[in-house]
Design a protein around this ligand. Structure first.
Ligand code: SME
Length: 157
């Protein structure tokens, strides 16, 4: 899929999500709805969901709402792609997960991945958005910008 086609789909997804979630503040409802809309919209999304910062454990993510095959339940900060995004607060775009040292393989069909840190209005990390693809090199700058913008629009306002 080229950048233009991706952009059209991201624009549609953002429009739908902003309209559906208007006035909703429940984080579980927001994350479940985002996972659903994105997974339906993009054929190359294989696992789509959130790992949430667990308030009961220091520096640990726990699985949240998602669409896809079984995901691992907990990821310490610094481990795998999700843990790296949480520890660095930087979006991770991984063209080939098998070349990423420490990658946590929840499903061996996953070949590329993007993980976006999710911040609240106070700038605190509340979760990461994790999207996996069965293809290698599915994600690039177009995905990064669109997903960062969407997370900001939904969770940081
Ligand atoms: N691949 C992730 C783990 C989560 S699953 O893919 C659902 C990682 O290395 O962070």
């Amino acid at each position: 899929m080229n950048a233009e086609q991706k952009q059209v789909l991201y624009q549609e997804a953002e429009k739908e999500l902003v309209s559906i979630t208007e006035g909703e503040t429940n984080v579980t409802a927001l994350m479940a709805t985002i996972s659903c809309i994105l997974a339906q919209k993009f054929d190359y999304y294989f696992w789509t969901g959130f790992y949430i910062v667990d308030p009961a454990k220091e520096n640990e993510l726990v699985v949240g709402p998602y669409q896809g095959t079984l995901g691992c339940l907990r990821i310490p900060f610094g481990r795998g792609v999700c843990g790296t995004a949480a520890a660095t607060l930087k979006t991770q775009v991984v063209k080939d997960v098998h070349a990423f040292s420490g990658h946590i393989a929840c499903d061996s069909r996953s070949n590329s991945e993007i993980v976006v840190p999710v911040l609240n209005a106070q700038g605190q990390l509340i979760a990461v958005l994790d999207v996996d693809s069965v293809e290698t090199g599915s994600f690039d700058e177009t995905d990064r910008i669109a997903l960062e913008t969407l997370m900001q629009r939904i969770f940081a306002q």
